[in-house]
Design a protein around this ligand. Structure first.
Ligand code: SF4
Length: 321
């Protein structure tokens, strides 16, 4: 395989828990706790997991919207962690985000044209007629019309708003887009339209995606490879087909057993996990999945499994060591 476009090494984000009148640090929420992955040029890496597993925080750390507690994010070989503001600003042109909630992420006081123009103005990329031409072009590219520029976001449906969010993300000709649950707030019928649009745009503009979702069936369609997160760590990362055909980590197996199949006659046994996801403020020792794992062994309770590469397929589980 080629050199990775993005390389993430041992990425961690701990949020302090403050207590008492002196705001003493009483502990940490380990939102992301040692994540490693690479993204290759032109591919889509899907990141899935239950809510609170750290996938959205990982997306924000990748773009340096949050400062990591530890670790590296290498973009075309350069480490973004610790870069000064002006260096980061230049890098940010190449890396944009599409947010989960198209209702909350668009400023209701601005026209759609102003929303799309914002990044162009901040980065001084276009003004006057050139800016208007670019807004037109971006609206057309996402399947909207030039006259929509004069309207306000509340006049649009959820799917159209997400198209506006995508147009804004494309304004600076980025190379990488982190899409954080971009279709979760949309009706199922609209979800596939937005996913198809994102696929077309990827081809048209040679984009690379990190596509975050809580639903495996959503990432299946668009991803080349998929990483499964549990309690701040990636527990399995593999080619999409391999992951769906032969999931190795017991957590991936459980998630997949809940994905409906198109064939109603196909027999599939649902794996129901015991209990709830533990708190990231107090994760279990050893393998953090052990209190819920149907295959738990003694050493799982004390020894943390290593995230190991087995022929390009990564898994963190003692069953495969
Ligand atoms: Fe289950 Fe042990 Fe594997 Fe963790 S390491 S997933 S507890 S078998």
């Amino acid at each position: 395989m080629n050199q990775p476009f993005i390389e993430v090494k041992n990425l961690k984000k701990y949020f302090p828990i403050k207590k008492g009148v002196f705001s003493r640090t009483a502990g940490h929420v380990k939102a992301v706790d040692g994540v490693d992955f690479s993204i290759y040029k032109g591919e889509t890496l899907g990141l899935v997991g239950e809510s609170g597993c750290g996938k959205s925080t990982t997306g924000r750390l990748l773009l340096q919207l949050l400062a990591p507690t530890e670790g590296e994010v290498r973009y075309e070989g350069k480490n973004l962690v610790g870069m000064n503001t002006s260096e980061l600003r230049k890098m940010r042109r190449d890396m944009q985000m599409v947010f989960q909630d198209p209702y909350a992420s668009l400023d209701p006081r601005l026209t759609v044209g102003d929303i799309i123009a914002e990044p162009l103005e901040i980065h001084q990329m276009a003004r006057g007629k050139e800016k208007d031409r670019r807004i037109d072009e971006l609206l057309n590219v996402v399947g909207l019309s030039s006259y929509h520029a004069k309207r306000y976001s509340h006049e649009f449906s959820g799917g159209q708003r997400q198209r506006i969010g995508i147009a804004r993300a494309l304004a600076l000709n980025p190379k990488l887009i982190v899409a954080d649950e971009p279709v979760s707030a949309l009706d199922v019928s609209i979800q596939s339209q937005v996913i198809n649009l994102m696929q077309d745009l990827q081809e048209q503009f040679d984009l690379t995606y990190l596509f975050i979702a809580h639903d495996l069936s959503v990432v299946k369609h668009i991803s080349n490879r998929i990483g499964v997160m549990y309690l701040g760590r990636i527990v399995e990362l593999a080619d999409k087909r391999e992951l769906f055909d032969s999931p190795q980590h017991p957590y991936t197996q459980a998630l997949l057993s809940a994905v409906p199949t198109p064939n109603p006659l196909a027999k599939k046994e649902r794996i129901v996990l015991r209990g709830d996801v533990p708190s990231p403020a107090n994760p279990p020792a050893g393998c953090t999945f052990h209190p819920r794992c149907p295959a738990v062994m003694d050493r799982c309770k004390t020894v943390k499994p290593v995230f190991q590469n087995r022929d390009g397929r990564f898994v963190a589980c003692h069953l495969y060591e």
